[in-house]
Design a protein around this ligand. Structure first.
Ligand code: SAH
Ligand code: SF4
Ligand code: F3S
Length: 470
């Protein structure tokens, strides 16, 4: 098979739509990188695209449904393009592709290519096959033996001030509700060297914050340059030495993999931001056991205590599932109690969604939809109250904000506080990408507003140029 020569390819339009977790966001950027030598350039509209990639999520039923409704819309765009004599390759990637494979080709005739998360480095070959043979329909859900990360090209696009870096993939935990071990495969860690090289390149391209990603990111381990086995804590210490990298975060972690080195890093590495997403799912030991979480609610509390001892200002976030099979009012009350005791800065919560092929889907005592809705509303009320109180406590304080987005209004930039709060800041465009000390003026349910404090030393050594606030 011949691959199109990079210099022989005219510019083609690539439309990528991404659902799911940050790993999918990272993967979409890498797929764009892989296709760049073939002449594909990202566009923001499906109309007239030469190639469409839907990078999908299978975590809950609703996430999967969204893909098929989007495919309906894409079929219209493709039909219009084909009627005009053009072509459009439609691909489904990500976790739905991995889980449903051929089934997608059967259900959606408009789809040409289906491929799973472990095959993205093979994308040029798959695209070449699809373009060379009209009507060829390809399904690739292998877990190839070669290491995907060894074959992906270096990232080419501007990562922005806040970049993602996948360091670990897959999960061996097999929580009984979850599809991830099936869609992403076994736990796998990238090499320390590959990660540090990529981190330096991202900083060279302008990133000031890096979020290390993994389905179970704190299960990461690998041989360091000193020949020792490094865990995530040690890796973070090495990352902190990269000049120009001001902020480090990581997600998503599992309570069982919170080891001493990582907890200590929270106390000793100032660049490691004081915010941690540490999902617990439930506060009931009975439900935690049925979920196969392999930790009790007391274990979780103990980990949180140790983290807060290391870093007293650590803000916490979590995921919660309500209505897991067999969850009683009493179990649910245990979850509310845990939330009240821990105190979260923010959190995500979901109704249990039975996923085909997972052990919990086969359990008898499924919770009725009405009870799930009622519990979710109660839980979210408690979590929202905690988030509002957490945000309110920031009012009047001065916090460093990394301005990593343009705001919705002119004269406004958006950024994140160390504790991951969204902050809308009156600041001119020139401050995009810098970390600015901001006086917090007001707090809302999901965000803060603030005004930069003048007279601060700008980290790059230039005189403060903060006069032009709208
Ligand atoms: N690896 C992460 C979570 C990945 S999935 C971890 O272990 O925490 C993100 C979240 O989706 C989970 O934390 C869980 O709260 C939720 N989730 C996963 N499967 C679900 C299901 N079947 N129904 C409802 N929520 C689910
Ligand atoms: Fe899913 Fe559990 Fe693995 Fe998280 S730890 S990805 S919830 S199986
Ligand atoms: Fe969804 Fe797959 Fe991430 S199922 S949450 S996209 S690992």
């Amino acid at each position: 098979m011949t691959l199109p020569r990079p210099d022989a390819s005219p510019t083609k339009k690539l439309y990528v739509k991404t659902w799911g977790c940050q790993m999918n966001v990272y993967d979409s950027a890498r797929m764009t990188d892989v296709l760049a030598p073939l002449g594909y350039r990202p566009v923001t509209s499906v109309d007239d695209a030469d190639m469409v990639i839907l990078n999908t999520c299978h975590i809950r039923e609703k996430a999967t449904e969204k893909v098929f409704s989007e495919l309906g819309r894409i079929r219209q765009a493709k039909d219009a393009k084909v009627a005009g004599g053009g072509t459009m390759i439609v691909a489904v990637a990500g976790c739905v592709a991995q889980a449903e494979g051929e089934e997608i080709l059967n259900r959606a005739p408009t789809v040409d290519l289906v491929f799973g998360p472990q095959t993205y480095h093979q994308l040029p070959e798959m695209v070449a096959r699809a373009s060379e043979t009209a009507g060829a329909r390809i399904c690739n859900t292998d877990f190839p033996v070669e290491e995907k990360f060894d074959f992906l090209p270096e990232e080419s696009a501007d990562p922005g001030p806040s970049a993602f870096l996948s360091i670990q993939e897959g999960c061996d935990k097999f929580c009984t509700f979850c599809v991830v071990p099936y869609t992403r495969g076994a736990e796998f860690s990238r090499t320390v060297r590959g990660i540090l090289d990529e981190a330096r390149r991202l900083v060279g391209l302008g990133a000031r914050e890096i979020t290390l990603l993994g389905q179970n990111v704190n299960a990461f381990h690998g041989e360091g340059p000193d020949g020792n086995d490094w865990g995530l804590g040690r890796l973070i210490m090495a990352m902190a030495e990269i000049e120009g990298l001001d902020r480090i975060r990581y997600t998503t972690s599992h309570p069982r993999d919170m080891d001493d080195g990582l907890i200590a890093a929270h106390g000793s590495v100032p660049a490691l931001m004081p915010f941690l997403h540490l999902p617990v799912q439930s506060g009931s030991d009975r439900i935690l056991a049925a979920m196969n979480r392999k930790h009790s609610q007391a274990d979780y509390r103990a980990v949180v205590d140790r983290l807060r001892e290391a870093r007293p200002d650590l803000a916490l976030s979590s995921d919660f599932i309500v209505g897991f099979p067999g969850e009683s009012d009493r179990d649910f009350a245990d979850t509310l109690r845990l939330i009240t005791d821990i105190g979260y800065a923010q959190a995500y919560s979901f109704k249990y969604s039975a996923r085909p092929g997972t052990p919990a889907a086969a359990l008898d005592d499924q919770v009725p939809e009405a009870a799930k809705s009622e519990r979710l509303a109660m839980l979210q009320e408690l979590l929202s109250a905690q988030q509002r109180a957490f945000n309110q406590a920031s009012v009047g304080q001065v916090v460093p904000v990394l301005l990593d987005r343009h705001g919705k209004r002119p004269g406004q930039l958006q950024g994140r506080s160390p504790a991951m709060q969204s902050v809308f800041v009156a600041a001119n465009k020139a401050h995009y990408g810098s970390i600015v000390d901001v006086h917090i003026d007001d707090a809302f349910a999901n965000s803060l507003t603030g005004t930069p404090v003048e007279n601060r030393a700008v980290p790059n050594g230039q005189a403060p140029a903060l006069e032009a606030f709208a």
